[in-house]
Ligand binder design. Structure first.
Ligand code: AHR
Length: 331
């Protein structure tokens, strides 16, 4: 008899627990089951990155029908690989990956493919042997961003009558091996090859963060102060480089100083653009969450999705920027 009561109670408990689990994994409307997504983010190194994370979190929120499992890899690719393996074990429906660098993803993406989990790559891209290891990529066109910057520089130097002057350029690169660094550096190096009077005076990574860029710029300035242009591969680096330049007694400005070029166009970057310390800020749009949500919906409905989607981006220079542009900025 005791055994029967125990078995009955166990069954009741089991049913109750199952019921609770079903309730927590359904959308707030109570009808559709939540779509389970694992999101592996590189880290939180910049305002740009935090905005990007929030954009994905907001788009893939519970009220929109998602259960999002978020992992911050703290700038470590091994952490990202570990997180993806965990997502596979957790049986997620989709994986969103913002990869730190382009290489080293084949094996883990193969594992996701074997488990039948579609992977969406966002922000930076991956370089893999088989293109079917991921479903789609959404992010910025980093090469184009760099080309926008160098063509702006070319036209400004022409306007200033410096088209044939020797132009000493310093490149503070982003995280080496990331798509953002590869594209932006590639555009600059191509422009330097094209302009026989442009010289790459120094090239060092600032890892997309202010303190590293500050140290890089400081050590470069100890070797040479002949600097016409500093090409910083994001806003955080521009802030560090400007600090080092100013401490060395150099003025930053397009008219009578070092031309500082930057990428991201955060509110803080654009504020420096308005004051003239940053001459050009090329936008890199972090608001990618809605694009990812749309992709997931399309994939779920069996619709075809573009393998590569570049997000809309623009640029701002110190000649045309206004206070209103900054006021309306969301990041
Ligand atoms: O991959 C995008 C870059 O990463 C942004 O330019 C930068 O701010 C971030 O760290």
């Amino acid at each position: 008899m005791k055994k029967r009561i125990f078995a009955f109670l166990s069954l009741v408990m089991f049913l109750l627990l199952t019921c609770c689990r079903v309730q927590t994994s359904t959308a707030s409307s109570g009808h559709e089951p939540l779509i389970k997504v694992g999101f592996s983010q590189t880290g939180s190194e910049s305002v740009w990155r935090v905005t990007n994370t929030n954009s994905v979190k907001n788009a893939l929120s519970e009220k929109n029908g998602y259960e999002l499992i978020y992992d911050d890899a703290q700038q470590n690719q091994e952490n990202q690989i570990r997180a993806i393996r965990k997502f596979i074990q957790q049986n997620v429906d989709y994986i969103v990956l913002a990869p730190l660098v382009e290489s080293g993803w084949d094996s883990v993406l193969e594992e996701a493919k074997k488990a039948g989990i579609p992977v969406i790559i966002e922000d930076r891209n991956v370089s893999v042997n088989e293109s079917d290891l991921y479903s789609a990529y959404v992010g910025g066109n980093f090469l184009k961003e760099g080309e926008t910057a160098v063509s702006w520089l070319d036209s400004v130097l022409k306007q200033q009558g410096r088209a044939n002057d020797k132009i000493q350029i310093v490149d503070i690169q982003g995280t080496i091996g990331s798509t953002a660094q590869i594209g932006r550096t590639e555009a600059l190096e191509a422009a330097i090859r094209k302009h026989s009077n442009w010289v790459l005076a120094a090239q060092q990574s600032g890892d997309f963060i202010k303190p590293k860029a500050y140290e890089a710029m400081k050590s470069i300035l100890m070797k040479t102060q002949k600097v016409d242009v500093v090409y910083c591969e994001n806003d955080s680096e521009a802030f560090g480089a400007i600090q080092a330049l100013q401490e060395a007694g150099l003025n930053c400005g397009v008219k009578n100083g070092v031309i500082v070029i930057s990428f991201d166009a955060t509110s803080e970057g654009l504020t420096d653009c308005l004051s003239g310390t940053i001459s050009l800020d090329v936008e890199c749009n972090p608001l990618q969450g809605p694009y990812i949500a749309k992709m997931i919906q399309n994939l779920r409905q069996g619709k075809s999705v573009d393998k590569i989607s570049y997000i809309d981006e623009t640029s701002f220079d110190c000649f045309s920027i206004t206070r209103d542009t900054i006021k309306n900025r969301v990041y």
